[in-house]
Design a protein around this ligand. Structure first.
Ligand code: GLN
Length: 206
C-alpha cells in the first residue's frame, strides 16, 4: 500500500503516525506540496486550525491541499482538521472563509469551548460496531449543518434532546470533532483505511 500522509505543520500529527504504524501502514509527514505525491490518503490532525492555516499558506500547501480534496482523494480531518475541511466555519477569526473546504458542512469552531474545554464521551457508532468508542474532545468543534451528500456517523446528546453531530463522512472525506489518535482504539483509523482502499480518485495517483 502507498503511504498515508499526515499533515505535519502543527498539532497531534505524531500520534496519528503512531496509530498508522500500529496498523502496519507506512506513514509520511507532509510539510510541502511535493510530499503529497504518491500518497494513498491524507490525515489532517487536531491542533490549532488558525495556526495550521497560516503555516499551510506560508508553505504553499493551501492550493495543493484544495486540489487534493477536489480530486476525491481520501482525506480525514480530526478536530482542527475537520475545521479546515469544512465549507463553512463560524467563530473563525479571518471571516469564516474555508481554508481547504470541500466538505459540505458548517462547523462551529469552539462549539464546546465556552462551557468546558475538554471532556470524554462514549459514542455509539453503528459504522464501527460494538462496543461504543471513547472520544476525547479538546476545545472541539461541532457540526451545525450538513449538506445532502453528508452521512452523519456519530452524535452526542445535546440540549433539548437535539443531537450534536461530531463525526461525518462525505465520499472519500471523513471528519471527526474528537481525537481517536489519543486513544488506544484503532477502529477509526481502520475505517479510514477501508475508505482509502475503496476510493476511486478522479485523477490516478502519480
Ligand atoms: N478549536 C480548535 C481550533 O480552532 C481545535 C482544537 C483541536 O484541534 N483540538 O483549531
Amino acid at each position: 500500500m502507498n503511504p498515508i500522509g499526515v499533515l505535519a505543520l502543527q498539532g497531534a500529527f505524531r500520534e496519528h503516525i503512531h496509530m498508522l504504524e500500529r496498523l502496519g501502514v507506512p506513514a509520511q509527514e507532509v510539510r510541502k506540496p511535493g510530499h503529497l505525491e504518491g500518497l494513498a490518503g491524507l490525515i489532517i490532525p487536531g491542533g490549532e486550525s488558525t495556526t495550521m492555516g497560516i503555516v499551510a499558506e506560508r508553505w504553499g500547501l493551501v492550493t495543493p491541499l484544495r486540489r487534493w480534496v477536489r480530486e476525491g482523494r481520501p482525506t480525514w480531518g480530526t478536530c482542527a482538521g475537520m475545521i479546515l475541511l469544512a465549507q463553512q466555519v463560524a467563530g473563525q477569526k479571518e471571516g469564516g472563509q474555508p481554508v481547504i473546504g470541500g466538505l459540505d458542512i458548517a462547523v462551529n469552531r469552539n462549539y464546546f469551548g465556552r462551557q468546558v474545554d475538554s471532556f470524554e464521551a462514549d459514542l455509539s457508532v453503528p459504522e464501527l460496531g460494538a462496543p461504543p468508542v471513547r472520544a476525547v474532545f479538546i476545545r472541539a468543534p461541532a457540526v451545525t449543518a450538513v449538506g445532502p451528500g453528508v452521512e452523519v456517523l456519530a452524535t452526542l446528546p445535546g440540549q433539548e434532546g437535539r443531537p450534536v453531530i461530531v463525526a461525518v463522512r462525505q465520499g472519500a472525506i471523513l471528519a471527526t470533532a474528537f481525537h481517536p489518535e489519543l486513544t488506544d482504539d484503532l477502529r477509526w483509523h481502520r475505517l479510514f483505511l477501508q475508505m482509502v482502499q475503496e476510493a476511486r480518485p478522479q485523477v490516478p495517483a502519480e
